[in-house]
Design a protein around this ligand. Sequence first.
Ligand SMILES: Nc1ncnc2c1ncn2[C@@H]1O[C@H](COP(=O)(O)OP(=O)(O)OP(=O)(O)O)[C@@H](O)[C@H]1O
Length: 364
Amino acid sequence: MSWTAPIDPVNKKPLKVSQLCEICHCRKAIIKRPKNLQKICKECFFYVFETEIHNTIVNNKLFYKGERVAVGASGGKDSTVLCYIMKLLNERHNYGIDIQLLSIDEGIVGYRDDSLATVKRNQKQYGLPLEIVSYKELYNWTMDEIVAVAGIRNSCTYCGVFRRQALDRGAQRLGINHIVTGHNADDMAETVLMNILRGDVARLEKSTSIITSSSGSPIKRSKPFKYTYQKEIVLYAHYKKLDYFSTECTYAPEAFRGTARELMKNLEGIRPSCIIDIIHSGENLVLKEKKKRIVSNQSEQQAKKQFADGNRCERCNYLSSNKICKGCILLEGLEKSRASVSIECDSANDGAARTLRTLERLSF
Ligand SMILES: Nc1ncnc2c1ncn2[C@@H]1O[C@H](COP(=O)(O)OP(=O)(O)OP(=O)(O)O)[C@@H](O)[C@H]1O
């Protein structure tokens, strides 16, 4: 039996063997997979992309039937693809989960207001309910107001602490105990690298967990994109013509993270598999006994410091291993700064800066 080369749908000429998809061998390859440089067609790309995420979900038993799940939806490429994929896989594989979108409005004019407009369109496109929780309603501060008193350099510290709490509070409001986020393989590898560079062994061991939760919290978080490359997420969004918001946050990433990100990108350029390799290295790292003892002694000391009232912040009732939670400490510094702004303009950053130094001394 003789083999007939498939015809190129564009120029109607027979395709050369080297032009064929390396998976199906019958369509023209138009994508070079960033993960392994395999040349494949669009249909096979969709198939492998979706199947790998489904395998991650199943192998790690991320969901159970009947579970209610909130997708952290920021309108960016990762969470938009996550919303789309979660709905698609839930229907295709009958996970039996109830999906809702949860967005946090940090109050960043020209960035979050525009990205939330995208989430609202996604809500209609995917037919999923949406809950929006704002920093202003929770903390009486927007990120723009915070940056005005605390400076742009510390913006990620404030935003990270407040967003984490806000997502938990939003989920609690919805009566949901599971939040999925669009953190991808690049984010994971970057975090492993950062913890190595900082020598932060305690965080390093946990940094590759696909499911996490704060101690005592009923709310868990998971990352279905743990092994998914950012470049593939962008390609998928592009070929599926998904509606997402692509502008970077007005407040640049923390300098150290930015440098780690740059380093990862350079490494990926030379060796694409290094993203997954770093994650695997992180997963297989085991702390030496001596280190484990030091870390667990620290945890014991921390446990002793915990107050008896069910680990709740005295001020806001949020889960905390200290009397006052990290968010309330930050808010206190901000309030002091706000007060000092009205008294003496030169000392505007004093309260916020002192609060950050206090936070650095505390261990959480
Ligand atoms: N304002 C927000 N509201 C809800 N979820 C959020 C918000 N910001 C971040 N998240 C969640 O945390 C994940 C990681 O966010 P981060 O800002 O670090 O990355 P990102 O690459 O910009 O993500 P994305 O492309 O989804 O915006 C997001 O994919 C999303 O699931």
